[in-house]
Design a protein around this ligand. Structure first.
Ligand code: FES
Length: 142
């Protein structure tokens, strides 16, 4: 015959149930304090790598500056901030030309900044980019 729960064990169960709905919605993972949320994006031009680091049709992620630079087939460079537009995490993974956010799995095209996979809905912020003395420079007023 099963034991009857004591009043203390019922209280424990109820307390646990009150917390469960928030965890079930994943709210704890989306706040500004989650992961790398709130990571800085360039506020001034930053020197990245050599121009030769970005192949035609490819992309290079500069994690330390939160910038990705891609080059289309005609050789034009594009740069985007890699601060995720969903909740502000720093995107730290580039697979081919797909950027993958570590926080909730949004994916972006490094060549266009467009969202490939939700939950993000807004494209990455494009940054001015130029080449100076063989080095890629990106960021506001580059
Ligand atoms: Fe949520 Fe990037 S911060 S997917």
């Amino acid at each position: 015959m099963p034991a009857r729960p004591t009043p203390a064990s019922r209280r424990t169960v109820l307390r646990g149930a009150a917390v469960t709905p928030l965890a079930g919605l994943g709210l704890t993972a989306c706040g500004p304090g989650a992961g790398a949320a709130g990571a800085p994006k360039p506020t001034a031009p930053v020197q990245l790598g050599a121009e030769s680091e970005v192949a035609k049709g490819g992309a290079t992620l500069y994690r330390e500056h939160n910038v990705v630079v891609s080059r289309d087939d005609d050789g034009t460079l594009k740069a985007y901030s890699t601060i995720c537009t969903h909740a502000g995490c720093a995107i730290n993974r580039l697979q081919g030309t797909t950027l993958i956010c570590p926080c909730h799995g949004s994916e972006f095209d490094a060549r266009t900044g467009k969202v490939l996979q939700a939950p993000a809905t807004e494209p990455l912020n494009e940054l001015p980019v130029k080449v100076a003395k063989g080095r890629i420079v990106a960021g506001p007023e580059a």
